[in-house]
Design a binder for this molecule. Sequence first.
Ligand SMILES: Cc1cc2nc3c(=O)[nH]c(=O)nc-3n(C[C@H](O)[C@H](O)[C@H](O)COP(=O)(O)O)c2cc1C
Length: 194
Amino acid sequence: MSILRIDSSARLESANSRIIGDYLVQQLGQPVIERDLVKNPLPPMSPQDLVGVHGSHEDDRASLRQHLAISKELIDELKQADTLVLCVAMYNFSVPAYLKQWIDYICRAGVSFRYTKNGPEGLTGVKRAFIVTASGGTPIGGDWDFASRYLDHVCRFLGIDDVVHFDASGSKGSPDVVIAAARQQVDTWLAQQE
Ligand SMILES: Cc1cc2nc3c(=O)[nH]c(=O)nc-3n(C[C@H](O)[C@H](O)[C@H](O)COP(=O)(O)O)c2cc1C
């Protein structure tokens, strides 16, 4: 049983998504692999390499080989976890670019998902995802939220059927209030598991 935690807030200090993520993984009490996409950004892909990674193209180009190796490392890391924790800051109604970049590295036909006659099938084997979405004024789960809804879809696409959301929307008030409300959601979820 292990957790892969992904952080994506540009704020390294006082980020609601990071603070709530800390609380969540502490409460879950399992070994955690941490990947911070802000402290350790993934290398950007050229347009050709993006297409090459997506299609798992064999190519002699050194840059493509390098990006395919990173993609493999990230997918292996994900497949070794049974729980994914995504700590997300809403930027312009969607996810941070660093997180989108990670998604572009890990969504690969035949590796992390495959197409079947019944539609796409996820291959990651991850059992559950927790998505902590922090925003300013945009309500999480509302019509303007293209972050948590998008990530919910990506998780299910990759075969993670159990997706749990924690709402760290700033519309709830000051950071202290937002964090306390999200911690309460975590506590409520944990109590329901007993
Ligand atoms: C570049 C940028 C874009 C943002 N866009 C939105 C937005 O579309 N909707 C919103 O409610 N808040 C927006 N915010 C506010 C953040 O979502 C908010 O500060 C949130 O707490 C960030 O997560 P963090 O506390 O984990 O850093 C934006 C902040 C930044 C820096």
